[in-house]
Ligand binder design. Structure first.
Ligand SMILES: Cc1cc2nc3c(=O)[nH]c(=O)nc-3n(C[C@H](O)[C@H](O)[C@H](O)COP(=O)(O)OP(=O)(O)OC[C@H]3O[C@@H](n4cnc5c(N)ncnc54)[C@H](O)[C@@H]3O)c2cc1C
Length: 439
């Protein structure tokens, strides 16, 4: 949208774009690409409080380990914004959204108007209120800058305590270990990866960490971070004190909903969106880790805070912002981590508990091969799967979940180490492919 200088002055704005996107990461870039599928010309501004060109957050731990550099971490090439005809406004924080006037305000006072707005502000790590949590040597791992700072602090002979045994905690632990740092992972729950992995799977992964020199303590909390001018030790709930130079908070994230909430947009844990990724304000959309969107399996709203979901949601929102009518089928969880060469993937709904009736669970474990597979079914349809060791099948399971395919007649095959959809069909193990037909 082109607005004359006079128009901008009359509206008391410094700039006006047809599309304004807050966030320069998975959902923000997904949104650019969704818009450009439909509208090649409309003006787009992408705003981020981070100065960095768009990069992959998933690779930040590999940056610490030194496996990925400043080039390889980029999500899109350096000429991306120019090629997509996008104005990047980087290193600026959005402090206000004014939906009634269709404009936003930056931290330097700049006012930018929009016809439609995308909120893709992601999430921020939670730092618990314990004594010493702001000492030098305490870190979180979310941004490129966080990774750079951790990388500078990490050196052979140093000792680190990672608080949290989820995806980010384990990736951080793995990266620090690769830099020659002695690492303890301290976990409140009885197991690592308690959000995504079942007990048996988590035990295999814990063993893998410990065999490779990372120490894991479950059912333990860090109660205090001790040190004069910087981190020197932590005091644990067991009464033990661990000497260390680095502490990483990896105890989960919280969606950055503040801007939306202050603007009167409906929020709960995240920003509430419909299946078009539209918020309660018709020309404002949200996507990614900040958005509570439809869950594929339950149909309820949920945040699956993973990269592919953020890109897909952003892309769907972008197309809708540009006038196409596209619906989001719903997200599924998909968490993968490779620990010292042992790959694991948990996809979909993997942990039915006592109160969740009507689920069937089949599983197989070959301890000497570190092979573990568990499939969760409901009425013959796969709703979740865990693969450790042989993970190639995880993509097939994800596909079957999305197609709601009834697999009742080939259930046992799903547990084979060499299970592969093409192979199963090719070897004639299944003659009637309608087993995979959409239910
Ligand atoms: C260490 C680590 C490893 C991960 N590994 C994986 C993995 O292996 N696989 C996987 O699927 N997922 C992984 N994830 C999760 C994945 O990175 C997130 O799901 C994804 O980044 C979400 O994208 P997003 O665009 O919604 O938000 P974010 O990536 O959080 O981006 C938010 C954007 O909004 C900007 N922003 C926020 N507030 C403002 C404001 N007020 N003004 C201006 N700009 C603002 C930020 O600067 C940023 O550009 C990992 C995450 C971390 C931290």
């Amino acid at each position: 949208m082109k607005v004359s200088q006079r128009g901008l002055v009359e509206m008391n704005l410094d700039a006006q774009y047809k599309y304004v996107i807050i966030g320069n990461s998975a959902a923000g870039i997904g949104c650019v690409e969704g818009i450009r599928k439909v509208d090649k010309e409309g003006s787009i501004a992408v705003i981020s409080e981070e100065k960095m060109h768009t990069y992959s957050r998933c690779l930040t731990s590999y940056y610490i380990a030194g496996v990925v550099d400043d080039e390889k971490i980029l999500f899109r090439p350096k000429d991306y914004y120019a090629k997509k005809n996008v104005t990047p406004i980087l290193g600026k924080k959005v402090v206000k959204i004014l939906p009634e006037d269709n404009h936003i305000v930056l931290d330097d006072g700049t006012r930018i108007g929009y016809s439609s707005l995308m909120i893709a502000t992601g999430a921020s790590p939670v730092i618990y209120d314990i004594p010493g949590n702001n000492k030098p040597g305490v870190f979180v791992l979310r941004t490129y800058e966080d990774a750079r700072r951790i990388s500078e602090a990490a050196a052979p002979g140093k000792r680190a305590v990672v608080m949290g045994g989820g995806l980010v905690g384990l990736k951080a632990a793995d990266a620090l270990h690769a830099k020659g740092v002695e690492v303890w992972v301290i976990v409140t729950s009885p197991q690592i990866m308690s959000q995504t992995m079942d007990r048996d799977g988590a035990e295999i992964l814990r063993k893998q960490l410990e065999e490779n020199g990372i120490k894991v303590m479950t059912e333990t909390n860090v109660e205090e971070i001790i040190g004069n001018k910087k981190v020197e030790a932590v005091r644990l709930s067991t009464g033990q004190t661990l000497t260390c130079d680095i502490v990483i908070f990896a105890k989960g994230v919280r969606p950055n909903i503040g801007l939306a909430k202050d603007a009167g947009i409906d929020t709960d844990y995240g920003i509430l969106v419909d299946t078009h990724m539209r918020t309660s304000v018709p020309n404002i959309y949200a996507a990614g880790d900040v958005a509570e969107a439809k869950d594929f399996i339950t149909g309820e709203r949920y945040i699956h805070a993973i990269w592919p979901n953020a890109v897909e949601q952003g892309c769907i929102a972008g197309q809708n912002m540009a006038g196409r009518d596209v619906e989001y089928a719903g997200g599924i969880a998909m968490n993968s981590v490779d620990l010292f060469g042992l790959a694991s993937i948990a996809v979909g709904f993997t942990r039915p508990r006592g109160k969740d009736h009507g689920y069937e669970i089949i599983s197989r474990s070959i301890p000497e091969k570190k092979f573990y597979r568990k499939i969760v079914l409901k009425d013959g349809v796969i709703v979740g799967a865990i693969c450790i060791g042989e993970v190639e099948a995880a993509g097939v399971f994800a596909g079957l979940i999305k197609r709601r395919a009834n697999v009742s007649k080939i259930k046992e095959l799903l547990l084979r180490e060499d299970f592969d959809y093409a192979k199963v069909l090719g070897e004639g193990l299944i003659k009637d492919t309608s087993y995979f037909a959409t239910a």
